[in-house]
Structures are given as structure tokens and as C-alpha cells.
Design a protein around this ligand. Structure first.
Ligand code: SF4
Length: 401
């Protein structure tokens, strides 16, 4: 519950994208999504109390002048006292032109209650959920324990409560994925619109599906996985696009956003690269690569040529780093960095993924022995803490002046 943050956060002189006070309400996530590096390397879950969060917000608003607060964490709706926290804060700042936001992509009705609470005074525009995998099978492989029924029930509640836009995040290229797994995204989106129209009593609703390419990350169970080549990624996404377009009844209400597969291969090269990839980056820079995160500046050919030049004397190439599945015995370039996770546990979780088995969240099910608590000498710290009193509000600069 400690608060070692700077008590007076710096406020940039230039306008930034997220002009708000970010307050971390807990750290770590043990839901166990197998693709998620952030969740894996920040275990276990350690929550802050309502009192400390409220103190951080009040002090932060006074010192910065921000009018927006973001309650951040890897899955903010999972805080054990989030409902009480959201209500207390919404009450305190009601009519104060201070808005609260809670980035959460959890797929359940509780999330909608929270969104309703936080948007009490505002517009109900869009809600985002992240099923990540199109088929039930795929979601088991990635350990995202969300059923189609959960999703449909949740979006129906959202549309019924007045929300008009739902955005769904998915990934393409996940381990063991087939064309059919991705095509099921279209079927799911179709069902979302059908159920949504029924719940909202209007045809005026939309669902946007946003698809990112899967990149295997170090320190996750998928660090051994082969990345999908860009040709197959593109072919799969085009099939999905065609399936949505062909849907005369619901297709017009479904939007689709995605990137083609080539940038993902370069991301994959950087994600699991070793020291030799440093030479590739340098060569790409010499060849003029700048601001590659912007698609208008990105050149796949430039990077591939740079890799060919820089790796000319090596026995490896881009495919070796990206589309190759690793063996259990392979020594990784990041093995000397200790995230507290037991590598045997990571391997077993990778095998469980291939066998399509789920592993529970250790907040609510028995410890699965990932090794973190023992190795880092820590423990799960979840509430209720009993520390729920909101501290007295400080005098705002606007009030003082
Ligand atoms: S050691 Fe057990 S309780 Fe601790 S984070 Fe890992 S699975 Fe959870």
C-alpha cells in the first residue's frame, strides 16, 4: 500500500495524448494470459487500499491541475474493492468537472456496471472488450477464460444500458491457430450485433473488431512458439474481411481494423532477438530507417535488406528468429534476466497451451507454483484491506485563487 511515487508529478508543457493523472491502483496480474509479458513479469498481484488511492488522486490533482484521472493497472476492474472505489470517487468528484476513466477490457457484466458508474455525468459512447481469440478453442490455448456466452451476455448488457459502440480486440497468428479459428471472429461479431440489436431495441449499434498480429514475447509460455509468417497472416485476415463483407444482414454494422503481417515480422525479430540483432538495427538506421512505428515510414524491404547485410557472416536469418519453434533445451538471450518465474513452470504452461488446458488465477484458485512468490520473497496482497476512508480533500489551486 506504500506510495513511493513522486508526490508532485511533472506536467508536460506540450499537449499530450493522455492529459490526465495516472494512478496505479494495483500491480501484477495473475489471470495467466499466455501471450502477456506484462502479466507474467509483474506477478503476484499487490493492491493499494481505497484510502491510499484517494490520497494519491487528491494530492495529484492539486499539484498538477489535471481534470481527468486514470485508474491504471493491468486489469483495473479486478481490484477487489473497485466497485466501492469507483462509487466513492464518482460521488466525490460529481459536478466537479473531474472525470474518471478506468481502462478495462474484462468481459463481464460487472465491467458494465463500473463503466455506467464512471460515466454517470458523461456520454455513453464506446466500450472495449478483449476476447483475444475468435474461437473457444483458441481462447483455451491462450488461457483467456471467456466463453462466447459470457461475451454475448456482456455486450447485450452494454447495448441495453445505452452504449452504442462496442470494440472487440483479437489477435491473429496465435499458436496452433487455423483459418477456421480466425473466421469465427466474424461469426462472433455477427452474434454480437444480433444480440445487441435485440437488447437495444434499435438497429443503430456498431461493433468494431480490431486485430493485432501475435508476437511471441520473452518470459512468457509462448517464448518457445513459432511466429506466423506474414503471407499466412495476410491471407487469414483477407478471408475474415471477405466473410464480414459477405454478410448482407449484419456486415454493415461491423467494422474491421487490422495491420498487414510484414511489420509484425520485424517486431518479432526485435522481440526475441539476441546481440546479433543489434547489428541489424544499426544497419537499418544507416540505410535510413526512421520513425518505423508509423506505417508511412515503415519499409519491410529496407529491414530485410539490412538483416541480410548485417547477418551475412552469421548462421542465422530473420526466419530463425521469428517463424521457428524453439526446443525445450534452447538457451535464450534473456535467460540471465530473472523475472522470478520458474522456467520449468513456463515450459509446463506452454505444454498445457498445446494440450488446450486452462490454468486458474491464483487469487481465487490454489497456487500453481510459478515460482515468483518464493523467489522474490513476496506474496499476493489482495483486499479487502479495511482501509476505505477517503482522506479529507485538499484545497484546490482554483479554490485558493
Ligand atoms: S507463486 Fe503461486 S501464488 Fe505466487 S504468483 Fe505464482 S502462482 Fe500465484
Amino acid at each position: 500500500d506504500a506510495w513511493p511515487y513522486p508526490k508532485a508529478p511533472l506536467v508536460p508543457l506540450a499537449e499530450t495524448v493522455h492529459e490526465r493523472l495516472s494512478v496505479e491502483i494495483f500491480r501484477g496480474c495473475t489471470r495467466g494470459c499466455r501471450f502477456c509479458q506484462a502479466g507474467m513479469i509483474t506477478r503476484p498481484v499487490r493492491e493499494r487500499s481505497i484510502t491510499t488511492v484517494a490520497d494519491m488522486i487528491d494530492t495529484g490533482l492539486c499539484k498538477t491541475g489535471y481534470q481527468e484521472i486514470g485508474l491504471l493497472s493491468l486489469s483495473s476492474a479486478d481490484h477487489s474493492e473497485i466497485a466501492e472505489m469507483a462509487k466513492a470517487l464518482a460521488d466525490r468528484y460529481e459536478g466537479d468537472q473531474t472525470s474518471l476513466s478506468l481502462p478495462s477490457t474484462r468481459v463481464d457484466a460487472f465491467n458494465i456496471d463500473l463503466a455506467n458508474e464512471l460515466s454517470r455525468n458523461g456520454r455513453r459512447s464506446g466500450l472495449t472488450f478483449a476476447p483475444e481469440g475468435g474461437s473457444e478453442r483458441m481462447r483455451t490455448v491462450i488461457n483467456k477464460q471467456v466463453t462466447e456466452e459470457d461475451l454475448i451476455r456482456t455486450v447485450s448488457t452494454a447495448y441495453g444500458a445505452g452504449w452504442r459502440q462496442v470494440k472487440l480486440y483479437f489477435m491473429c497468428g496465435l499458436p496452433t491457430e487455423t483459418d477456421d479459428d480466425v473466421l469465427q471472429i466474424a461469426a462472433l461479431a455477427r452474434e454480437v450485433i444480433r444480440a445487441g440489436r435485440e437488447a437495444a431495441g434499435t438497429k443503430d449499434i456498431r461493433c468494431t473488431i480490431s486485430i493485432g498480429g501475435f508476437i511471441p514475447k520473452p518470459h512468457t509460455p509462448f517464448q518457445w512458439a513459432a511466429q506466423l509468417d506474414h503471407e499466412t497472416t495476410d491471407a487469414r485476415l483477407h478471408k475474415l474481411k471477405d466473410a464480414i463483407r459477405a454478410d448482407k444482414q449484419f456486415g454493415k454494422a461491423i467494422g474491421m481494423r487490422y495491420h498487414d503481417g510484414k511489420p509484425g515480422i520485424i517486431e518479432g525479430l526485435l522481440s526475441r532477438g539476441d546481440r546479433r540483432v543489434g547489428k541489424v538495427i544499426y544497419q537499418a538506421w544507416l540505410d535510413g530507417a526512421r520513425f518505423d512505428g508509423w506505417s508511412e515510414h515503415f519499409s519491410y524491404d529496407l529491414w530485410m535488406n539490412a538483416a541480410e547485410v548485417a547477418l551475412a557472416d552469421e548462421t542465422v536469418d530473420v526466419a530463425w528468429y521469428t517463424t521457428r519453434e524453439r526446443q525445450k533445451t534452447e538457451v535464450f538471450p534473456w535467460d540471465h534476466i530473472d523475472s522470478g518465474l520458474d522456467s520449468e513452470w513456463l515450459w509446463e504452461d506452454w505444454q498445457a497451451a498445446i494440450a488446450e488446458e486452462n490454468v486458474g488465477d491464483c487469487r481465487w484458485t490454489p497456487c500453481s507454483d510459478c515460482g515468483v512468490c518464493d523467489q522474490l520473497g513476496t506474496d499476493i496482497q489482495v483486499g479487502p484491506t479495511g482501509v476505505t476512508e477517503l482522506p479529507m480533500p485538499m484545497m484546490r489551486p482554483s479554490v485558493v485563487n
